[in-house]
Design a protein around this ligand. Structure first.
Ligand SMILES: [Zn+2]
Length: 269
């Protein structure tokens, strides 16, 4: 009897935590579980970013670096002002947007959950126009704003995947958080290559990424051809496209979203 009661108390307590930790993804309104604060997410991302950057060299190609910065700034300022005007302003808080290009032949780009975005020189051969940079940039910004990193860490803890490692681990709370972060992103195994997101997160990042592109006035119609080119083998061996498999279904979904995204294009005056 006592055990049953205890289980009930624990269940109710756990439910309270889960209810308190429920968030909503901007624009899509999808409910999500977020067990970590944006402060935790920032600290952990900052550590990872310094580690990656300490072992990388910034690109010497000034034109590429400027293009990536300009597109990043255009997209983030457009989405931030949309969120502020539409009651989602809290969703834009706590990010530290950075847009860098590093010297590496890897065809890759990533965004840490604090908004630190890095393109590799290798991907710049493909994303060689501002619109094409914006396809990848919009997708990466969407992962950050939709808090996919926090959600992934939270799911991992709830499913007990990281739980066993954590409970066996003797360390401070901060060290435990760091461990969950590393498990969630696969950091430490291969520098700067983050584990792929789930299909659900990928599709949501595609949809929100196109919407963000449209808000900033970039040409969303280049997106299907970009992903098609990648699925045709253009980048099939790359790191970015191994974590972003672009099959027919994904491309069809991107095409389906275009009219919805087009509604966010600001009117010309
Ligand atoms: Zn992605």
């Amino acid at each position: 009897m006592r055990k049953v009661k205890l289980i009930r108390v624990v269940t109710i307590a756990l439910m309270a935590v889960v209810i308190a930790a429920c968030g909503k993804v901007m624009i899509t309104g999808r409910k999500q579980l977020l067990l970590y604060s944006q402060g935790d997410i920032s600290n952990l991302s900052n550590q990872a970013y310094s580690e990656i950057m300490s072992q990388s060299k910034l690109s010497a190609n000034k034109a590429n670096a400027q293009m990536v910065k300009r597109v990043g700034e255009d997209l983030t300022s457009a989405v931030e002002s949309y969120l502020a005007k539409n009651g989602w302003q809290k969703e834009a808080e706590g990010f530290d947007w950075k847009f860098e290009v590093i010297e590496s032949d890897q065809v890759n780009a990533f965004c840490l959950p604090n908004g630190n975005i890095v393109f590799y020189e290798g991907i710049m051969k493909i994303t060689n126009t501002p619109d094409l940079v914006a396809v990848v940039m919009g997708h990466e910004i969407a992962h950050a704003l939709a808090k996919h990193g926090n959600e992934r860490m939270s799911q991992e803890v709830m499913m007990g995947l990281a739980g066993q490692a954590i409970s066996a681990f003797i360390g401070t709370e901060d060290q435990k958080k760091q461990l969950v972060f590393q498990v969630a992103f696969g950091l430490g195994s291969q520098l700067g290559v983050l584990l792929p997101y789930s299909r659900k997160h990928e599709y949501e990042a595609d949809r929100l990424g196109l919407i963000i592109m449209a808000m900033a006035g970039y040409d969303i119609n280049v997106a299907p051809a970009f992903w098609e080119k990648m699925s045709a083998g253009g980048g099939s061996k790359s790191d970015f496209f191994s974590t972003h498999p672009s099959d027919e279904k994904r491309i069809a979904e991107i095409k389906r979203i275009l009219p919805e995204a087009a509604k966010y294009i600001p009117p010309k005056n």
